[in-house]
Structure formats: C-alpha cells, structure tokens
Design a binder for this molecule. Structure first.
Ligand code: CMP
Length: 222
C-alpha cells in the first residue's frame, strides 16, 4: 500500500482532499518497530506525531516497581504523540509495540504547519481528544465505582462495540486485560471464567463473544 493510501485510512485525515493527502504523504516517513520496542518514551521531548498503520501499540505508565498500567491500546488508523506537540510538554506516557508495528511519522514542524493550513485536521484532532477524555473518564469512574468483574465487563463491551457489538476479535491476553483494568492476571482469568460459566460471554480460541449484554451492562452499572 502506498503512503497516500495509508493516510486515507487515518480518521484524522478523513476530510482531506486527495491533493492534501498527497502533500501530507510527501512529508510522512514510514518506520517499523519490532514487538516490545518502545516507540515513545514518557518524559522525552515530543518531536513527532505517529500514525499506526499495522499492529497494536499500548500507551502505558510504568511504576518504579516496574508495574505497568495500560491507558489505552491503539490500532490501525489511530494516532499518538499529539499531546506533546499541542501543549509543548514532555511525552505523557510510553508507547510500546505489542506486536511488530508499522507507523507513519510526521515531524513536529510539518504537523504543526498542516494543522494551520488544513483546519479539518484540527477539528478531527479535537474529536479524537474528546473521545479519549470520555474513555479516560469512564476508566476513572470504573476504578473508583466498580469491582473487577464490573471493570472487565466494561472493557469487554467497549472492545465489542469497536467491532460489531458482539464479537471481540482483537488479540488481547488476560495479562493485558489485567493491566488495562488495574487487576492481576489471575483475578482476570477467574473473572472471565465466571462470566463464561454464567453464560454472559462465550470464549473461543480466536475470539470472545458477548452473549448477554444486559447482564454485562448491569455489572458495570449501566
Ligand atoms: P504524548 O504525550 O505526546 O506521548 C504519549 C502519547 O500517548 C500521547 O501523546 C497520546 O497520543 C497517547 N495517550 C496518552 N494518554 C492516552 C489515553 N488515555 N488514551 C489514548 N492515548 C493516550
């Protein structure tokens, strides 16, 4: 796939004309990161915006004891690294490749110039930031108000809603789910087994299916 074709798949640029996409493609650089590579380091100065073209990446905070909390898992079409470019502060989190990942990189000056030239990008970026704030609010609410099964139910519904509302096809381990909901791998495995035994979800090797949305929603207080 050519760089302009890849840029077309990024929601941030969905409003742009073919000509604008072509101009953006001229200044975008392709890069590949192996699984577990750190793409962005927390506290580094921000000098670029990244667009995920292939593979999943995780946005994480790492405690002094090495424990990780996953703030978000980003996939094809998502962008990251915009925050440091917007507020001129250091990177707010690490971004790490969860599998081999291809990204497009836009340098700070090129991205900032495009933001001024093409207001459609700024609007789409506001939408992205607003969605992320909503998700962060939901997560904070979950951490304070829900127990682990509620938080797992909340995450499973969110992942299913990214797809067809029923099936979760994203590759995601119990360990990753634990780091996303602030729990241990063992507790998450037990919770998923219980949800499955009660018929709320169906777990197969390839995917998790939502079987009883009402009960899952009740668990997370909706
Ligand atoms: P920046 O702070 O430049 O570098 C880390 C990036 O991770 C940040 O920009 C965002 O793109 C991304 N990020 C930080 N917090 C979240 C979050 N809660 N949800 C999704 N992405 C995030």
């Amino acid at each position: 796939m050519s760089v302009p074709q890849m840029l077309r798949k990024v929601p941030l640029f969905s409003q742009l004309s073919d000509e604008d996409i072509a101009r953006l493609a001229e200044v975008a650089r392709e890069r590949t990161y192996p699984k577990n590579a750190v793409i962005v380091f927390e506290d580094d100065p921000g000098d670029a915006l990244y667009l995920v073209m292939r593979g999943q990446v995780k946005v994480v905070l790492i405690g002094e004891d090495g424990r990780e909390v996953i703030l978000s898992v980003l996939k094809e079409g998502d962008c990251f690294g915009e925050m440091a470019l917007i507020d001129d502060q250091p990177r707010s989190a690490h971004v790490i490749a969860m599998e081999d990942a291809d990204v497009l990189v836009l340098r700070r000056e090129d991205f900032q110039r495009k933001l001024v030239e093409l207001p459609g990008i700024a609007l789409a970026l506001l939408r992205t930031l607003s969605r992320r704030l909503r998700e962060a609010d939901e997560k904070i609410g979950g951490l304070v108000l829900l127990d682990v099964s509620g938080r797992v139910a909340q995450l499973l519904l969110k992942l299913a809603d990214e797809n067809d509302g029923v099936t979760i096809t994203r590759k995601i381990t119990h360990h990753t789910i634990a780091q996303m909901v602030g729990s241990s791998r063992e507790t998450v495995s037990r919770t998923i087994r219980e949800l499955s035994e009660k018929g709320l979800i169906e777990v197969s090797r390839r995917a998790i299916a939502i079987k009883d949305r009402r009960s899952l929603e009740a668990l997370c207080g909706r």
